[in-house]
Design a protein around this ligand. Structure first.
Ligand code: PLP
Length: 379
């Protein structure tokens, strides 16, 4: 069977490959410590679960307006204003089946075959693959590792060309935990090409770090966000995009065709999360802040390089070159020998090679067990 060539360019998501091998080991009786997947171990806000069940029982099981329930879009708009002080017209908000679906819609809208999309790296592994699925070409600009993975704005400026369709950034960052300051985000928003700003980890920040939303900082900005991380609602599959006004209608038309609408009862869960989920977010933030220190301290003891504490999200991106320069080999070796699942840095681009990503959205006992097991095999 002939396959579209742009699909051949899509690379495996290594975090998932590690997970899938770990599941095989578990099926054979092993007990694996999972630090590979970016998934909170917290329960979603109780109000969100209750609202979802109530909605199902009340027969809220049909399609909605393709843009999402008005009540949810108003709640998202109020939430964005509460967090960032920027008012958003709910008509610029489109509710999607997870942030991933929002990404597909936005890149489908912006990218012509042969267009380039600039991606500061290390980056979320799926960004370049969304670009490739749309026929585009990712262009990577390494962030400044010595400065806590600050995005290199002059480097991004140098990478701009006649075929640049967009710049995509994530802050707080998966995998580095870096939080970009307002000057950096503002400079990127002002470069004359659309800025796609993935803000899915906003709210999960430590030591007083502040996330600067790209919205309101100038230029054409698309904010991607969702409920997976901040509200521990990964399996609900609920996200959204806040788009420039002229892009709202074409995104709506794409959504009508590609997905019709996000799940109706899940949208009710989203409304409840925004209204009642603040305590869950605060509890997660507090727990992650402690786990982050515990994990990083353990990694440093073992000889991994973690020069700074991550400021946001729930990952430690550790330099592992003292053990192996090939992160893929090292991650699979640690999985087989120590039954500790972590993500190879190469999943996040060439700039991530030599590193491993450890997710600390895991119980403290699991973090301790991981360090103990790693100590044994790395000794
Ligand atoms: C930076 C980033 N963006 C987007 C996503 C996808 O999120 P969703 O579950 O909303 O599709 C993830 C998931 O790991 C992520 O880390």
């Amino acid at each position: 069977m002939r396959r579209a060539s742009r699909i051949d360019a899509v690379e495996p998501f290594l975090a998932m490959e590690v997970l899938e091998r770990a599941l095989e080991l578990e099926a054979g009786g092993a007990r694996v410590v999972h630090l590979e997947i970016g998934e909170p171990d917290f329960a979603p806000p109780r109000g969100a679960v209750a609202a979802c069940v109530r909605a199902l029982e009340a027969g809220e099981t049909r399609y909605t307006d393709s843009r999402g329930l008005r009540e949810l879009r108003v709640a998202i708009s109020e939430d964005h204003e509460r967090r960032h002080g920027v008012a958003v017209d709910p008509d610029r908000i489109l509710v999607t089946n997870g942030t991933s679906a929002a990404m597909l819609l936005v890149f489908s809208l912006l990218v012509e075959p042969g267009d380039e999309v600039i991606i500061p790296t290390p980056h979320y592994p799926c960004y370049p693959n969304f670009v490739r699925v749309c026929g585009g070409i990712p262009v990577f600009v390494p962030s400044v590792a010595e400065e806590g993975f600050r995005i290199d704005v002059p480097g991004v400026r140098r990478a701009l060309g006649t075929r640049t369709a967009a710049i995509v950034i994530g802050s707080p960052s998966n995998p580095t935990g870096a939080v970009q300051d307002a000057a950096t985000v503002g400079a990127l928003a002002d470069l004359g090409v659309p800025l796609v700003s993935d803000e899915i980890y906003d709210g999960l920040v430590y030591d007083g770090a502040v996330v600067s939303s790209a919205l309101g900082l100038g230029g054409d900005v698309f904010v991607l966000d969702g409920f997976s991380k901040r509200y521990a609602m990964t399996g609900f599959r609920l996200g959204y995009v806040i788009a420039p006004a002229p892009a709202a209608r074409p995104l709506q038309v794409l959504q009508q065709n590609l997905f019709i609408s996000a799940n109706r009862f899940v949208q009710h869960a989203g409304i409840a999360a925004l209204r009642t989920g603040a305590a869950t977010v605060a509890a997660m933030r507090e727990a992650y802040a402690k786990r982050r220190e515990r994990l990083v301290e353990g990694l440093r003891r073992l000889g991994f390089g973690v020069p700074r504490l991550p400021q946001g999200a729930f990952y430690a991106f550790a330099d592992a070159r003292a053990f192996d320069v090939d992160s893929r080999r090292l991650a699979f070796d640690l999985l087989e020998r120590a039954h500790v699942a972590v993500t190879p840095g190469i999943d996040f681009g060439a700039a991530g090679e030599g590193h491993l990503r450890f997710c600390y959205a895991a119980a403290e006992a699991d973090l301790d067990a991981a360090i103990e097991r790693l100590a044994r095999v790395l000794a």
